[in-house]
Design a protein around this ligand. Sequence first.
Ligand SMILES: Nc1ncnc2c1ncn2[C@@H]1O[C@H](COP(=O)(O)OP(=O)(O)OP(=O)(O)O)[C@@H](O)[C@H]1O
Ligand SMILES: Nc1ncnc2c1ncn2[C@@H]1O[C@H](COP(=O)(O)OP(=O)(O)OP(=O)(O)O)[C@@H](O)[C@H]1O
Ligand SMILES: [Mg+2]
Ligand SMILES: [Mg+2]
Lengths: 163, 163, 164, 164
Amino acid sequence: SRKRFRDTFEMVAEEFSIMFRTLFPGGRAYLSLTDEENVLKSGIEIIVHPPGKNLQSISLLSGGEKTMAAVILLLSIFKIKPAPFCVFDEVDAALDDSNTAILADCVKEFSRYSQFIIITHNKITMEKADVLYGITMEEPGISHIISLKLGDPVLDEFVGSEK
Amino acid sequence: SRKRFRDTFEMVAEEFSIMFRTLFPGGRAYLSLTDEENVLKSGIEIIVHPPGKNLQSISLLSGGEKTMAAVILLLSIFKIKPAPFCVFDEVDAALDDSNTAILADCVKEFSRYSQFIIITHNKITMEKADVLYGITMEEPGISHIISLKLGDPVLDEFVGSEK
Amino acid sequence: MLKRLSLYGFKTFAKKRDIDFSDGITCIVGPNGSGKSNIADAIRWILGEQGMKTLRSDKLTEIIFAGSESNKPLNFAEVVILLENSSERFPLNYTEIEITRRIYRDNKSEFLINRNPCRLKDIQEIFLDTGLGKGGISMIGQGQIEKIISSDESERRTLFEEAA
Amino acid sequence: MLKRLSLYGFKTFAKKRDIDFSDGITCIVGPNGSGKSNIADAIRWILGEQGMKTLRSDKLTEIIFAGSESNKPLNFAEVVILLENSSERFPLNYTEIEITRRIYRDNKSEFLINRNPCRLKDIQEIFLDTGLGKGGISMIGQGQIEKIISSDESERRTLFEEAA
Ligand SMILES: Nc1ncnc2c1ncn2[C@@H]1O[C@H](COP(=O)(O)OP(=O)(O)OP(=O)(O)O)[C@@H](O)[C@H]1O
Ligand SMILES: Nc1ncnc2c1ncn2[C@@H]1O[C@H](COP(=O)(O)OP(=O)(O)OP(=O)(O)O)[C@@H](O)[C@H]1O
Ligand SMILES: [Mg+2]
Ligand SMILES: [Mg+2]
């Protein structure tokens, strides 16, 4: 079990580093065990270097940078141990255009092997959907669901603000 | 001091109720003291009724509904006791178009008496600015500030995603 | 994989509604307060979630439709999930798994797997160790994504253990 | 009211930068990680903030520009704020108040009010009870707005007391 944890950790760590520097050329990210001797009790440290920036503690990262690092870590774990499906509720809230597009493409790629259910206000994210549902309150206080087609003008009522 | 707290509380509570139902016709919101006898130790309860919905605990409210209620409470306190200036860092992150516009108009109105510094990715919010600054990383890792004019095509690089 | 979710009386879903999911990406959009996160809550609940904080309520009966301007409250909430299991992803001998969960105003609960009554525990056990159970990382709630890297070292550790 | 903020060596502001504020609404926009929240941090810091968590760092010297791909680290961070005080909003006998705060790599600090050396405490006292001081509600950080109504009752109480 100690070996199993160690192996999984190393696979996830490798995936994390590769994915981060692929999506952010010039950037680096690593996972490391704080206590190499005591793998079963060790904490896990996360080190993130956005492109062009020097190494500092992850608490100094911006909201968008933290979101991207967190999503990449999550997807790295998924790659090693896929879940039956995944639900993301407005994970793109803190992201600018560029990062939203990177995230959306990344999820699109993963969706070939895994199922994703994504709640969003974001048009860029929406455009990657295979199936799109709009939730409305046609009657006060009661949710109503309608199927939407990308490119449907009705969609504009469902699109959150232009950021 | 007990009297002073009581008076301030009642003024803020009145402002909160008025502002909420003005911005959300058909909706209601109240503040109440949990312990009327012991004003100096009492907790403060917040009750929010979005239009058309029945009264329930505020924990059930959506992200956007909570944000709007919180901002209205904040502005109610400001009206009674204005601060020299106010800094909002991406308070519109959870809001859809309609609520973003309501918030932006509300802040515009308040800005006649108070100074606001607003960090946002949102075009609707940006359009209310009297002065607009874009922050970029022209040199890696170093912030650069440029003055922007509304309507300037350069603005598109600064606008977050279309939601 | 998740095929369909049916909600009836769950939070704002006063009228019975079905949602069919794509095997790729299904996006859910709509204005603030329309019920999007309520759908995510329903998924957590049907997978056996008991944590009130995660469901944003103070007691379990608060998830039953409480009435609105135009409708009276309901007396129960029901969620049904239909899962595809031909790849035997879930530890049950069915190619399709249908899970039903109901709660009534008097706090009674009902649990069914493929229409057979069972206990909450039986449902939770299906999802143990899949990333969908308690402590799993497949369900990211609103405002929660940053916690994955901000959380202290021991919390992250739990994340990895769940995955390992 | 806030007239100008100057940053030099503060986080990503390696080069000296001035920001002049409108008396109405000043909006700050830009891509993720460009430095917008760093400006908000600089405002908190110059008003006397000492809380590491609020400044997103583990120790105070972490707010000094740490270098980048193209630039060497700096040895100090300096923030200067210029406040309009003709309405005597602040308890000082000046129509304009200029506050300077510096920190050096060796952890030495300098504080100045209108170019006169003072203690951190003197700066903090200017903003006590204005909504800008510790516990005040005029500075809403990223992801913090919902806490105003989600926080438990005693926390909200503190909010009101600060306002009253
Ligand atoms: N038991 C219930 N009965 C009726 N309405 C309920 C019940 N539980 C929650 N609600 C309502 O559901 C709404 C919240 O829905 P939800 O969180 O799904 O919104 P959302 O679409 O995710 O919005 P946002 O974009 O702001 O996150 C609230 O207005 C709340 O009052
Ligand atoms: N002392 C320092 N030296 C150099 N860079 C620093 C320092 N402190 C913080 N940073 C960098 O500042 C960046 C964060 O900036 P900031 O939080 O202002 O971004 P932001 O514009 O608010 O972005 P977002 O839109 O994602 O919230 C991080 O990349 C971080 O590494
Ligand atoms: Mg939501
Ligand atoms: Mg920020």
